[in-house]
Design a protein. Sequence first.
Length: 383
Amino acid sequence: MLGTTAQAQNYPISPTQQATANEVAQAGVPLSALAPNAPDRYTVKTGDTLWAISGLFLTSPWRWPELWGMNQQEIRNPHRIYPGQELRLVKKDGRAMLQAGAVPTGDVAQTVRLSPRTRSELLSDNALPTLKTHLIEPFLAEPLIIDATTLEQAPRIVATQEDRVLVSRGDRAYARGPANAPLSDARGKPLNFRVFRNATPLRDPGTQEILGYEAQFVGKAALLTSESTQVSKDKDRDGKPLLDVVPASLDIVSTKEEISIGDRLVTEPERELLNFVPRAPASAVDGRIVSVYGSAVTNAAQNQIVVINRGTKDGIERGHVLSLLSDGPRMLDKTDPSKADIKLPDENNGLLMVFRPFERLSYGLILEIKSGVKIGDRVTTPR
């Protein structure tokens, strides 16, 4: 299960975002930063997102912290913009400031109460999300990127009740861990697992190094009893009793596809928070598209998920917005008598936002696109 809206909206504000907002709050943003058709007034509607509103006022939607910083007295938290608020754009001396008006009476007023300086909120609020969360909810729960060690050490399902070929929700299965880490229901040990199969290597497009493995999510299981050994009724050649290996027992909690012998287990991760502050990375990023998730087509389109070859090890964080660059084609210069080889420049092709970073890889949602994105295309810090 995913966290509640209230939990999601409490995502922390980074020191960088706070510093940017503090700086902009002193004088607003230059008029050149405004979108060409930025409205003088806008009333926030149900269904809006922070990304869309930021793109309405600013040329670069990832500059949301600056939009928030335009009026920190009213907008103290970038996640606390509500349907019914009126946003007013004030231009003066070549700068722009954003002012927030009061929320009208009605359903919204039951959730939010305004005073001159302080906003009081109930837990079950309806603050706007950063983007349409239904686009990424499945990818917070299903795709699995694991490293080589985790793959090698992953417990495996070794048998099923009544020798069934396939099992589904409510069925019993049996599993074993590696010799140095048998499955255990002891206090502090994980009891909930994701079940996966077909771990596909993800290679760096340039070096061909395997950066991780993308596994196919097939279901969830709960550990009931630990692995153990017991005295066997059989004996060895010296007449001494043998020990029987008893696998751990699991209940299949849910399935996306039917589970079978040989499928592997990985510990269920902690719940993900469903909010993101879109922003450019603080340092330069230059990466590549590694794969397009769940698609047999060559090119990815808007609202599709891709994997990039940069992760937390490279400073990538949830909410980082990156430019997509189409790889410029290589060709012969037909105007040159020697027919020299040339490569056309990489062209800006759109934007993606990282929503789930791992150590060396990250999942990103394509937010804007001009033409299809393919494996090997570059991702960079937006200008």
